[in-house]
Write a protein that binds this ligand. Structure first.
Ligand code: DQQ
Length: 552
């Protein structure tokens, strides 16, 4: 449907057509980054799940390859589901994935490349003895999926990995040991369990350095290391993580802040984002995070447009040494290769209740860095501020004016502001009486100056999900309020304070498209003026093309 072609993205990864969901088995091999993904070859809705495959030299430009695996065995005939790669010291690649069997039982299977000397890893072999794992006693046959990358255990030649499940309403991460990836033993206890969180999908478990600025290989452990546990909560489709300490010998991970939602309380992304997975990139010594950005329109709209979902821009993940409580997620540096020429640099003084158009080329494809200085006197006045207990999602969005917010950037807007998406900070009074900053993205409405709510929306299309996303974000003494935004036609990925809090917005503009898209800065606070310093780059489109062998 050519009518909706502008809703496709220009530099996010998405298949040429049909349905995609989770990123699978990301890895680096002989100069190429490999991405596999849950894919339906036949339709724009979920089903017939097959492993799509694409490769890239830089995580930005991609080559689609023939499918890596299709559902063709009794143990995966109802779907070749999510899995992860483990690269052994001798270079062998062990790909463990979940199969949905002919009886709808979730089992784990092993696959490996037929030819390791092929940089493109075109052919995959399913192990003859599959399945290698079936649901253990006490675990539901539909509650056993998404094996992680393995890490080395305390004994020589021993590998450990975790698989998400639930026991009653308690989400759990089961741990298995193996030496050969074909036979496994369930360890006593669980890595972690959180009552009330339901089924844990796509568990991810990896070390982060508390001292260095590089990422760590999955098996790395020792002093100066903390471990991140991430679970994708099937019940609410949110990716939650916590930072903690891993005791390898005791098979136990302990969150640093157990009081925070029982230790799985932060979200990787407060927008439309799910089933994420990291891998270690040996080329640049970094840990890279992929995530699935789904649709918020209807299935019938997806069928009509003939495709659904994109992958997020890969993000580097680091431990935030300054807060000690958050991860820092940041778009991989290669995205900067798409920047066209010098940035537009602007400094704008924004009085309470003001908005300013920033003239830029191609506002549908931008990389924006913006920082905001709030006048100090006003900030002192926070004691007077209203809104103790403010939260983005229960607030009135960008239309609700407070003394110290909202202020920020308006993206994917048209000239008349009938469609727009504000991404902004809102400073409120925290429970301790001190300033608390919130980072929000509003798809619902916006009122300019008057405070009356008008009908501006992120999209005028009917049946599209709209909400106010966001969360609080730590802003430390001496820090400005800063954000980085990647705008790509129908997706905005927004990173606050160096990536402590991230929001991905899925937007369906009907007017704010291509050349009609505009960019604004605004300050809708009633009690503070704000100085915005903005750097804006137009971005080129990425080159995503078919491999000559692709059989469409
Ligand atoms: N998607 C896969 C499952 C996983 C879910 C099936 C998460 O393996 O649990 O497509 O989105």
């Amino acid at each position: 449907n050519a009518m909706l072609s502008w809703q496709r993205t220009a530099y996010h990864f998405q298949p040429q057509k049909n349905w995609m969901n989770d990123p699978n088995g990301p890895l680096y091999h002989k100069g190429w980054y490999h991405l596999f993904y849950q894919y339906n070859p036949d339709s724009a809705i979920w089903g017939n799940i097959t492993w799509g495959h694409a490769v890239s030299k830089d995580l930005i430009h991609w080559l689609y390859l023939p499918f890596a695996m299709v559902p063709d065995q009794w143990y995966d005939i109802n779907g070749v589901w999510t899995g992860s790669a483990t690269i052994l010291p001798d270079g062998q690649i062990m790909m463990l994935y979940t199969g949905d069997t002919d009886d709808y039982v979730q089992v784990q299977n092993l696959a490996y490349p037929a030819n390791l000397s092929d940089p493109l890893l075109l052919d995959w072999v399913k192990f003859k003895g599959n399945p290698v794992l079936v649901p253990p006693p006490g675990i539901g046959v539909k509650d056993f999926r998404d094996p992680t990358t393995a890490w080395t255990g305390p004994q020589n030649g021993q590998w450990l990995l975790t698989i998400g499940s639930k026991i009653g309403k308690t989400g759990v991460a089961l741990v298995y040991e193996t030496s050969n990836f074909t036979s496994f033993k369930l360890l006593d206890g669980v890595l972690h369990a959180v009552p009330g969180t339901g089924m844990w999908e796509c568990v991810d478990f990896y070390p982060v350095s508390t001292k260095k600025t590089n990422g760590l290989d999955t098996s790395y452990n020792g002093p100066g290391v903390k471990h991140v546990l991430k679970a994708s909560l099937d019940d609410n489709k949110q990716d939650h993580y916590a930072i903690g300490t891993y005791d390898l010998g005791k098979n136990k991970w302990t969150p640093d802040n157990p009081e925070l939602d029982c230790g799985i309380g932060l979200r990787l992304d407060y927008g439309k984002y799910y089933a994420s997975k990291t891998f270690y990139d040996p080329k640049k010594e970094r840990r890279v995070l992929w995530g699935w950005i789904g649709e918020t329109d209807s299935e019938s709209a997806d069928l009509q447009k003939g495709w659904a979902s994109v992958q997020s821009i890969p993000r580097t993940v680091l431990y935030d040494k300054k807060t000690g409580t958050h991860l820092l997620q940041w778009p991989v540096e290669e995205i900067e290769s798409l920047r066209v020429g010098d940035p537009t640099v602007k400094q704008v003084d924004l009085q309470p209740g003001s908005i300013e158009l920033l003239r830029v080329d191609s506002a549908a494809e931008l990389d924006i860095e913006a920082s905001f200085e709030v006048d100090k006197v006003a900030l002192q006045g926070i004691i007077e501020a209203d809104h103790v207990g403010f939260s983005c999602s229960t607030s009135g969005g960008a239309a609700s004016r407070g003394i110290l917010g909202p202020f920020g950037v308006i993206v994917i807007a048209d000239q008349t502001l009938s469609e727009l998406t504000p991404v902004y900070f809102y400073i409120s009074k925290g429970a301790d009486g001190r300033a608390e900053t919130h980072f929000c993205a509003d798809q619902t409405r916006f009122a300019f100056l008057s405070g009356t709510i008008n009908l501006s929306l992120s999209s005028e299309a009917p049946g599209v999900g709209k909400q106010v996303y966001g969360s609080s974000v730590p802003v430390l003494d001496g820090e400005k309020h800063s954000m980085r935004l990647l705008v790509d036609h129908s997706i905005v990925e927004s990173f606050a304070q160096g990536g402590r809090t991230v929001i991905t917005s899925r937007i369906y503009p009907t007017k704010a498209v291509n050349g009609a898209a505009r960019l604004f800065v605004f300050n809708n606070a009633t009690g503070a003026s704000v100085t915005a310093s903005v750097k804006i780059w137009s971005l080129e489109s990425a080159n995503i093309q078919s491999f000559p062998l692709q059989d469409l």
